[in-house]
Write a protein that binds this ligand. Structure first.
Ligand SMILES: Nc1ncnc2c1ncn2[C@@H]1O[C@H](COP(=O)(O)OP(=O)(O)OP(=O)(O)O)[C@@H](O)[C@H]1O
Length: 238
């Protein structure tokens, strides 16, 4: 594996009266595509929210390139280089693509960095450039997802966390979104991807981690997962 970018040790977190992550140990490699899979409700979104600092850690440690994140506020986690693209995009529907993208850079003071990032986002996601003045509420599902990813990239981080990017999209659009995600990995980003279903990322993911009731129950490559039909059957409903 590549050198670690993100590490979780014995992380416990959850909501009032409900512990969701119950001692999660996990490593994501720098420049790699790391996938977290698992059934609904077992804590995948909570994992990303905990890394982002939105859900607080009650026990354990999270570190990015060796630096502790779990003591930081969400805005400080962003400043450390963690991008969180939430489930369902959460765009501002009345704003244009351009305005949504600019909201992603709200913590960045230097106009030069913002302009550079915008240029990079437009190069990586040219559709957004073509439609920069279109209001987000009128975009197709795939365009919205791209805008959500682009807005995340405007924060300028190096670990991109995506919560179910295929959710609610038609198969052909899912393929397009995954092409974008694979391109971003090739452009040097480290990607942490949460998906209910492993099929699309099986061949591309550098490592796949199965989250079962708030703990990581299995880790391996796509081919190794396919060689474990009992896991596929029990967790992925195949
Ligand atoms: N804000 C909240 N308050 C209380 N409980 C919550 C909250 N958010 C999530 N939960 C609960 O925490 C558990 C884990 O939810 P989480 O969203 O992390 O699962 P998931 O694996 O991402 O599933 P999904 O893909 O359906 O979102 C669920 O039982 C859920 O009901």
């Amino acid at each position: 594996m590549a050198e670690p970018i993100l590490q979780l040790k014995g992380v416990k977190s959850g909501y009032a009266g409900r512990l969701v992550l119950q001692g999660a140990d996990f490593v994501a490699g720098k420049g790699e595509l790391t996938a977290v899979i698992g059934p609904n409700g077992h804590g995948k979104s909570t994992l990303l929210k905990t890394i982002s600092g939105i859900v607080r850690v009650s026990e354990g440690e999270i570190s990015l390139k060796g630096k502790r994140l779990d003591t930081l506020r969400p805005d400080q986690v962003v400043a450390e280089g963690v991008i969180h693209v939430p489930q369902g995009d959460l765009l501002f529907p009345g704003m244009t693509i351009y305005e949504n993208l600019m909201m992603g850079a709200y913590l960045t003071r230097e106009a030069g960095s913002v302009a550079e990032r915008l240029e990079r986002v437009f190069t990586l996601l040219p559709k957004l450039k073509d439609r920069r003045n279109q209001v987000a509420g009128t975009l197709s599902g795939g365009e919205r997802r791209m805008c959500g990813i682009g807005r995340g990239l405007m924060a300028g981080g190096e670990l991109l966390m995506l919560d179910e990017p295929s959710l609610g999209l038609a198969p052909i659009v899912i393929d397009q979104i995954y092409e974008v995600i694979f391109d971003l990995r090739h452009a040097g980003l480290s990607i942490l991807l949460v998906e209910e279903n492993a099929e699309r990322i099986m061949d591309q993911a550098d490592s796949i981690h199965l989250l079962d009731n708030g703990r990581f129950a299995w880790t391996g490559k796509g081919a190794e997962l396919m060689a474990r039909p009992e896991i596929v059957e029990a967790y992925l409903g195949a």
